[in-house]
Design a protein around this ligand. Sequence first.
Ligand SMILES: Cc1ncc(COP(=O)(O)O)c(C=O)c1O
Length: 436
Amino acid sequence: MTYEIRGIVKKARQVEALGYEMTWENIGDPIQKSNHVPDWMKEIIADLLKQDKTYGYADSKGVLETRKFLADLTNQRGGTMITAEDILFFNGLGDAIAKLYQFLIPTARIIGPSPAYSTHSSAEAAHANSAPITYKLDPDNQWLPDMEDLYLKVRYNPSIVGILIINPDNPTGMVYPKEVLEAFVRIAEEFNLLLITDEIYQNITYNGITAVPLSEVIGGRPAISLKGISKEFPWPGARCGWMEFYNRESSNEFSKLCQTLENAKMIEVCSTILPQLAIPKIMKHPAYFSYREEANAQIGRRSDWMREILGDIPGIKFNPTQGAFYNTIVFDEDVLKEDQFLPIADDRLKTLLDTWLQDKNMPLDKRFVYNLLAAEQICVVPISSFCSDLRGFRVTLLEENEEIFKGTFRRLGRAIETYLRAEVEQSEIERLKYKV
Ligand SMILES: Cc1ncc(COP(=O)(O)O)c(C=O)c1O
């Protein structure tokens, strides 16, 4: 198991140790990118810290009032109905994901998207002790899922008991249209499958797009929705996420799985209480909606800028993002070669890069990412590490400062063009060498 989103940091630190400033584009942590947590939110949390109850255990499933509040939010959408008893809190959605796959029977497989947020694909693969089973997201069709690929895989693999959907998607930034979600439900119906949907970015969409929650289209089928506050508040350090069980009595196996997950949480006692207490207070606050709207509009603007800067570069596939705060840029087939490089003036950086590139079996997108790290000090994540055969990389749309954002992606665009040129002329190398 690897988690390149953090793995790449070790390499980046080596560059920093040589005195260079790094542009971090590897992780979806809004706080790291200087996003401001509004003062009214901090006041709510500060007030909670003054109350003794904040220091106790919560119910094993989570704070009852908060679960009631969240169940109401889902019910207001008018789809499938839940109660507080259908919600189970975890220490971050990462914890929920790990538990979910851990407690499936080992022969039961969940098919997930490719590329995929690797916490899902790695946990699923670890549970089955086998490579992940995936359906394709298509960069030639705005990253929408290849439903035929999914259908055939499900049809011919009886060990598949469920389908994972990440909506809005990490790492592509795609948002599933309602018809596509309905098509997933039809496949689940035909093959009697569980649907799992990671909706942690549900309220992070922009430029006229909204994400339809699975609860609206699931009907009576069993499903689990995964939600959290790491991105939305944003409060990743709270380590707080939850599962919503839809139609848990619709199948015996599903009902048992829900019960097993609840029992596992009971053995642990409970999840962190402070963020659970804060959730209804923050989400009910009169400023919350407009705060999220403005934050989303800003990401939408960055999505437009990114398209203006990178959209027409030959040799790559670029799809503007519609949700979450990532973009995955894929190289056209066959444009990446072993001998491509970015010019580097500093011999210390060159030596460092040479040591990184010694592995001859390294995926070609990782070679590009390492070159970019050494030559431009921009830290992105290769898409080959997101459970994908495609070659490309993921960037974020989190940088708040317009000048830095545009500057970073202009540098990135130039680096792509330089790298893809089969032979970089010597004069070009010299020019780049002495650029300020
Ligand atoms: C799709 C998706 N699910 C889950 C998580 C994990 O969230 P948490 O911080 O709640 O563990 C992330 C974090 O990046 C994510 O992108």
